[in-house]
Design a protein around this ligand. Structure first.
Ligand SMILES: Nc1ncnc2c1ncn2[C@@H]1O[C@H](COP(=O)(O)OP(=O)(O)O)[C@@H](O)[C@H]1O
Ligand SMILES: [Mg+2]
Length: 300
């Protein structure tokens, strides 16, 4: 298994993360991959609402009860597997060290069973959210033309966090190979391809300035555009709680998601040759490091 991790991040809610996660998971499955989608947006449980899942067990069982094996929470829907989140006061962003380590261990183990594990991360740029976003092989930033400022802000925050992490790891181990570049894949939702391309060109110019002026290393990639489509989305999700990729896969919006899934699968063929080291390993190192630092502070 290639065991690639995809994270979906954004600064704002309502930009289409969960929709994107479901459709891309399903299309990657249709293309013949084993896919796991994890709803870490556990305070809304939005994914379960969209698909009308009435599940008894969710990721909350893992964090708040005794379920230590994520495999026991997996259900299968359409062409992918899914670990549901749940509504409640629990916030992924506020996980303590032990919860983070527990999740990362279990997550690493389960992601080895799949070709792709997709993390629907919930809105926000808190540290934990960014750290999990950065643990992915392919961090995806989803934004709409109106929300482009916050989309770019998200890329900047993630790149700054990456720099911070890498510096710390380097300080501890001089042999350490620093990962300097943050390479997010941008998806423009509610946008024509033409508009998306011109926004992307603007982002490229902005990242160049940011690199030269502030040393923040963002190297953006273009992943795709998704058109605005209210009628089919409401027919699929509000009436039937079923993905577009099941009901209207040949529609314009369906094809847009299919192209993106295909583009992601193509990336993997290229990356396989380069033998990239998993960013997840680095995040594990970092969490250990931060915990040590924390215990030094506590004992001082
Ligand atoms: N391309 C689109 N065209 C029309 N409505 C959309 C589109 N993308 C998302 N939406 C709608 O916007 C709302 C928010 O989407 P959602 O995926 O839940 O966002 P997030 O997970 O980022 O909060 C949903 O009602 C969804 O159906
Ligand atoms: Mg969501």
């Amino acid at each position: 298994m290639s065991g690639k991790i995809i994270s979906i991040i954004s600064n704002k809610g309502g930009v289409g993360k969960t929709l994107f996660a479901i459709e891309v998971a399903n299309f990657l499955g249709v293309l013949g991959n084993d896919v796991l989608l994890i709803d870490t947006d556990i305070n809304t449980g939005d994914l379960s609402v969209k698909l009308d899942l009435r599940v008894k067990r969710t990721l909350l069982d893992f964090f708040e009860k005794n379920e230590s094996d994520l495999t026991n929470l997996v259900i299968t829907k359409y062409n992918f597997d899914l670990i549901p989140g749940a509504g409640g006061n629990f916030k992924f962003a506020n996980l303590n060290y032990f919860q983070k380590m527990k999740f990362i261990k279990a997550f690493k183990k389960i992601s080895e069973e799949y070709d792709y594990t997709i993390l629907d991360l919930g809105a926000g740029i808190e540290r934990t959210t960014l750290d999990f976003g950065l643990s992915a092989d392919y961090p995806i930033i989803i934004t709409t033309p109106e929300d482009i400022q916050s989309g770019y802000g998200c890329a900047k925050a993630a790149a700054v966090r990456l720099q911070e992490l890498e510096e710390r790891l380097k300080n501890r181990d001089s042999e350490y190979q620093v990962r300097e570049k943050f390479e997010p894949h941008f998806v423009f939702n509610k946008s024509s391809s033409q508009l998306a391309q011109s926004i992307y060109n603007g982002i490229q110019r902005a990242t160049e300035i940011t690199r030269n002026r502030d040393g923040i290393m963002i190297y953006p990639h273009y992943l795709g555009a998704i058109p605005e489509e209210y009628r089919l989305l409401s027919k699929a999700y509000l009436r039937q709680h079923t993905p577009i990729s099941e009901l209207y896969s040949t529609s314009k919006i369906g094809q847009a998601f299919r192209h993106i899934a295909q583009a992601l699968a193509n990336l993997d063929n290229k990356i396989a040759v380069q033998q990239k080291r998993s960013p997840l390993e680095k995040i594990i190192k970092l969490f250990r490091y931060e915990q040590e630092k924390q215990s030094i502070v506590e004992t001082a």
